[in-house]
Design a binder for this molecule. Structure first.
Ligand code: ADP
Ligand code: MG
Length: 689
């Protein structure tokens, strides 16, 4: 049997310099080559004649080079233009600012061109992909069939790569080891792995291509889901955490002091958390609740439970502003309960920082609230029983696991206002239990969302002005801090001055991320105490900030913010009992930007916003691989391939149920593949051994 792990250097036609170029694409071995999948396909069984192409469509044509030349446009751009034709007509190919193109072609050469056809004076394709045919046997790989197009860089050409790939597929595909147990393959009607790999590169037909893709997507999802299921099983079965008793003075007193009743949703989630914390296994729970639904108080309840049992609790948040807010609120809510609460964030003097760290280390600090400062090396806890991570989508997996590592299997509660549709939540957070707060506390005023073009900015600001005049406050948010030379963005700094000029009778404050911690603190407390009427800010107030008297949110250049960000910003208002206004100022230029604004006008439901966001950005960007801690998906798409995802999940959980450590012979190849895919630390696969 041939070894797939041999170097790609030994493939005929690869040579040392091209091997280096392959390395840059992450390709070292024959196996890497086999799993370098096409980006798209061209059906060259049905190449169009030039007379048959339609403007507006992406088309492939085969034609001869007739003439070419370049010139400089009025705007100083180099424009290389080439006329190609077949027996039915002529079409132009145009490249901008690529003068070297003229050295690549010869008159009379035969080409394949692919791109979007435009209609000006002539038919034209701008920046087409092209391939020069040579009239040799090699053409047969690139002609008359469904042809793969690979994700390559400029310096590697498709035709060469396709030829290499054909050699590799013909020679090595037979040696690919099937990884799926027969039953799984049969139940799901899946192609054999070798056939799938062969056909993903050189499909014999559309239908077979579809089945090949299905098979590879299934594998990818199955591995992912099995990894997650293993991790979950390990937490639920193997690990010893901190069993918490539920009865005690502290919680009773805290509840007596509360100025409001928990909502039904909050009460339900608190019970779910209690059930988890009671058990000897560590809690690993995700709390989803829309902006303003009252997650902080639920977290605080859990933190007090751990303190009541003699452990320490930690609350980690993404910004200093939020750490400071939580610290102050929690401190005042727990007044008189005799707890020591320590804040760890921002630029503390070395001595003060050492003092606080010491309190944490010897267990004097009952509750610790802070930013990333919590997970720094010098910070150690005496006995951390529960770690809460607020706005978890702002953290990466590494940061979450660092906090967890400050103790031995502490309970973990992560909170987010970026809700995720259920199937996806099960995939991404399949190792966690999920709680949901699905109602807002009573007595909230409603929020009106308005959209103005920037030309109407006077109207937007007069709403803010009127609101201030009846006793409310307003935020104005800008995309950046300092106006950069090239950009026309109105920077927060400059705008805060302009607003001051516009409304000399109002008090205007300025807040941005580059300010010192104590400056930020001062501005926020002035805003809270109504010493500031309008706060001009950058995105630093995106998450968590809670000032119920603020009733207007103006977002300048709203088209530059992501949908989830806009939703978070809107979540800063509507926290009091008054009617509030979220005003989006924008002149959107792209369809995506228009879609985001439309979505904001259409709904205030965080779940629907998240679904829209996922739709607009696609899963890759929405979750960010780094953020989610999942291995990158090479072929599957958790939104589009949802059906396959669900099947794979069922199989994964069956698999683990029957053979927890995948030790049975029929699962051994799957197990080997899992170990290759995930690092032991990422998915705690150590148990697989
Ligand atoms: P988020 O879920 O966005 O973190 P917060 O925890 O900041 O929301 O809560 C928003 C506001 O709602 C806070 O001012 C908080 O005091 C208040 N709140 C929370 N729970 C209740 C409740 N059950 N009844 C009334 N107000 C509540
Ligand atoms: Mg919050």
């Amino acid at each position: 049997m041939k070894d797939l792990s041999i170097s790609a250097r030994f493939i005929k036609g690869v040579g040392p310099s091209r091997f280096k170029l392959l390395n840059r694409l992450g390709i070292e071995t024959v196996e890497d080559l086999l799993y370098c999948l096409p980006r798209r396909y061209e059906d060259r069984t049905r190449i169009k004649q030039v007379s048959a192409v339609k403007p507006g469509n992406f088309e492939t044509v085969r034609a001869k080079v007739l003439t070419f030349g370049d010139r400089t446009t009025r705007k100083g751009m180099n424009l290389f233009q080439m006329a190609v034709g077949d027996s039915t007509g002529v079409i132009h190919a145009v490249w901008f600012n690529q003068p070297y193109m003229k050295d690549r072609f010869k008159i009379g050469q035969e080409l394949i061109l692919y791109g979007k056809v435009e209609k000006y004076l002539y038919l034209q394709i701008n920046n087409p992909e092209y391939e020069i045919l040579t009239g040799t046997k090699e053409d047969s790989i690139s002609m008359g069939r469904i042809v793969p197009v690979y994700p390559l860089t400029e310096s590697l050409n498709q035709r060469w790569f396709r030829n290499i790939m054909k050699t590799v597929v013909d020679e090595y595909v037979g040696n690919i080891q099937e990884i799926l147990p027969y039953n799984i393959r049969k139940r799901n009607n899946l192609m054999v792995l070798k056939e799938a790999v062969r056909n993903i590169h050189f499909p014999v037909s559309d239908i077979v291509l579809k089945r090949a893709r299905e098979r590879l997507v299934f594998d990818e999802f199955l591995l992912l889901q099995t990894g997650i299921a293993l991790k979950r099983a390990r937490i639920k079965i193997d690990l010893n955490g901190y069993p918490h008793g539920l009865e005690g003075d502290l919680i009773d007193k805290f509840k007596q002091n509360l100025p409001f009743e928990f909502t039904k949703s909050q009460a339900k989630v608190i019970r779910e958390i209690e059930e988890d914390m009671k058990r000897p296994r560590p809690m690993n729970r995700l709390l989803q609740g829309d902006v303003g639904s009252g997650k902080t108080i639920v977290a605080l309840h859990a933190l007090l439970l751990t303190v009541q049992n003699g452990y320490q609790g930690a609350l980690m948040v993404p910004t200093e502003i939020l750490a400071d807010q939580h610290y102050k609120n929690i401190k005042s809510m727990l007044d008189g309960l005799g707890l020591r609460i320590v804040q760890l964030s921002g630029d503390l003097k070395p001595q003060e920082r050492a003092r606080r760290r010491h309190m944490i280390e010897i267990g004097q600090a009952n509750l610790v609230i802070g930013t990333h400062a919590l997970i720094q090396e010098g910070v150690s806890f005496k006995n951390l029983g529960l770690a809460v991570i607020d706005e978890q989508h702002k953290f990466g997996v590494i940061q979450r696991s660092l906090l967890k590592s400050k103790s031995t299997n502490p309970d973990i509660l992560v909170m987010t206002a970026t809700p995720i549709p259920r199937t996806l939540a099960l995939t991404l957070y399949g190792d966690m239990d999920v709680s949901i707060i699905d109602e807002l506390p009573p007595g909230r005023g409603s929020v009106k969302t308005l959209y103005f073009e920037s030309a109407n900015h006077g109207r937007a600001y007069s709403i803010a002005y009127e609101q201030v005049k009846i006793g409310r406050q307003a935020y104005v948010v800008y995309p950046i801090i300092e106006e950069s030379e090239r950009s026309d963005l109105r920077a927060a700094v400059k705008m805060s001055k302009e607003i001051s000029k516009m409304f000399p009778d109002l008090k205007i404050g300025l807040l941005h991320g580059k300010m010192k911690s104590d400056e930020k603190e001062k501005i926020m407390s002035d805003f809270r105490n109504k010493a500031i009427d309008i706060l001009a800010s950058t995105i630093v107030i995106e998450v968590g900030v809670d000032v119920p008297n603020a009733s207007t949110m103006i977002v300048e250049h709203a088209d530059r913010f992501g949908l989830s960000q806009l939703h978070q910003l809107r979540g800063r208002i509507g926290r009091g009992r008054f009617l509030s206004y979220c005003i989006l100022m924008a002149d959107p230029k792209t369809n995506d930007a228009r879609d985001r604004i439309k979505a904001m006008l259409n709904t205030q439901d965080g779940f629907r916003i998240a679904e829209e966001d996922l739709e607009i950005r696609g899963p890759g960007e929405f979750f960010g691989t780094r953020q989610s801690g999942l291995p990158e998906l090479k072929i599957g798409n958790i939104v589009r391939d949802k059906g396959i995802l669900e099947k794979a999940r069922e199989e994964a959980s069956e698999l683990i149920k029957k053979d927890r450590f995948l030790r049975s012979p029929e699962n051994r190849f799957l197990r080997a593949e899992l170990k290759k895919k995930f690092s032991a630390r990422d998915l705690e696969l150590t148990a697989v051994g």
